[in-house]
Ligand binder design. Structure first.
Ligand code: ATP
Length: 432
């Protein structure tokens, strides 16, 4: 884990938040490569689950919603974690996730557990009073429920259909930690899939399979499906499977899949007095659709993608003359923040002009980097560490034979390719 955190900082994936002021309680900022990686995850997810399906639509709802939303959803009452405090040093911990001893001072004496609500509060408008309290959303899900009627009316979707949303969520976690695994501000990719009650089981299985396929696509080789037993599920759920991953700090939740019954629509109808029932087009009968909710954490996706991609190879497999170990991020190609690096062998003007011309053409189709500093070995090393699948080297011969060398990140094999065929060659390789 320390290796990943240091690589993230060194290469510009993730930085400690507000670093020049000493940071802020486990907050993190995504750097130039981190934002590309995160965007790739979000865009691929959207393409797969919204654009490529006829039964899905997307929305982007407000972060701050009417507080009645959180009354109806149960968050104001139920969205809490048990908190204990060390009697000696007053450090606070989540009672369901800590060891026997205080990790700060070693004491074994704690206060009794108390429920601590995780909602972030703020005030709407210039007056700070009870009546102006609003909350930052702790999940994107409720945005989908409160727009259910609007979506039905404007998209003419019929059951089964789903609404997807990607966005920030805020939770005043008692103990954030483990890098980007648990933060107080994070992003979610969520789907609320509306079905007829009698069909929920099939749709639950369908989404479980979709989640498995997504994990494979992300490059995750091993994960666990944890069926949450009666009594331990969230108050609204009749079936929940947590998708868990063996992180370096233990087995923890990566994603979740829940059958939320008709809990949300029913409660929002009660609270808002707006009809949220669906009319069956055949029978004309009105009923509350039931909901299957698959949910993905964006930041936890970034973290597992980094952990899975990280490889160290010994010198025997590295380029000639290289003696240290090679660190290479073997991301699936669609996920790599940079797809192609263009590297002139020297900074000489005629060579860099040619290389810039090639870069200018490639950048129209792929996310590319241009780099002419340091030795070619060091530049390859840098591209390996950020997971760039292909390096294009422009050498003196290129000026004569109108060809370049393309180096493959994983095999380190080099192919000589005519410049006129380079785009097609890279396109094929990147889509393979
Ligand atoms: P945990 O048990 O780890 O607190 P949860 O069960 O509260 O998670 P959900 O409410 O199911 O999580 O949230 C959906 C997804 O959002 C999680 O599967 C996870 O990927 C992500 N997530 C939840 N809380 C955080 C957080 N504090 N930081 C980063 N991602 C989070």
């Amino acid at each position: 884990m320390d290796k990943i955190i240091s690589l993230c900082k060194r290469r510009g994936f993730v930085f400690p938040g507000s670093e020049i002021y000493g940071g802020l309680a486990n907050s993190w900022d995504y750097g130039s490569l981190g934002v590309e990686l995160k965007n790739n995850i979000k865009q691929e997810w959207w393409k797969r689950f919204v654009h490529q399906r006829t039964d899905m639509v997307g929305i982007d709802s407000a972060l701050i919603m009417n507080p009645k939303v959180w009354e109806a959803s149960g968050h104001l009452k139920e969205f809490s974690d048990p908190l204990v405090e060390c009697k000696k040093c007053h450090s606070r911990f989540r009672a369901d996730d800590f060891g026997e001893k205080c990790s700060e001072c070693g004491s074994k004496e704690f206060t009794k557990a108390q429920q601590f609500n995780l909602m972030f509060k703020t005030f709407l408008g210039p007056v700070e009073g009870e009546e102006n309290i609003v909350y930052f959303r702790p999940e994107t899900a409720q945005g989908m429920f409160v727009n259910f009627k609007n979506i039905l009316e404007t998209t003419r979707k019929r059951l089964p259909f789903g609404i997807a949303q990607i966005g920030k969520a805020f939770r005043n976690e008692i103990t954030p930690g483990n890098f980007i695994f648990r933060t107080r501000e994070f992003e979610q990719m969520e789907i609320e899939y509306f079905v007829k009650e009698e069909e929920w089981k099939n749709h639950f299985e369908m989404w479980l399979e979709e989640m498995r396929n997504w994990l494979k696509h992300l490059g995750v080789k091993k994960f666990h499906e944890n069926e949450i037993p009666d009594g331990e599920r969230a108050h609204y759920s009749k079936r929940t499977i947590d998708i868990e991953y063996d992180f370096p700090f233990g087995r923890k939740e990566l994603y979740g899949l829940a059958y939320r019954t008709d809990f949300d629509l029913k409660n929002h109808q009660n609270e808002s007095k707006e009809s949220l029932e669906h009319t069956d087009p055949e029978s004309g009968k009105k009923f509350f659709p039931h909901v299957i909710e698959p949910t993905w954490g964006v930041d936890r996706s970034v973290l597992v993608a980094m952990l899975e991609a990280y490889h160290e190879e010994d010198a025997a497999t590295a380029e000639e003359g290289e003696t240290e170990k090679r660190v290479v991020m073997k991301f699936p190609k669609w996920l790599s923040p940079v797809k192609v690096a263009v590297l002139p062998l020297s900074k000489k003007e005629n060579l860099s002009n040619k290389a810039k011309e090639i870069y200018g053409d490639l950048v129209k189709d792929f996310v590319c980097e241009y780099d002419e500093t340091q030795s070619i070995g060091k530049r390859y090393r840098r591209q390996d560490e950020i997971g760039t699948p292909y390096c294009v080297t422009v050498d003196f011969e290129s000026l004569e034979d109108k060809a370049v060398t393309v180096r493959d990140r994983d095999t380190m094999k080099q192919d000589r390719i005519a410049i006129s065929e380079l785009k097609e060659y890279l396109s094929k390789k990147l889509n393979s």
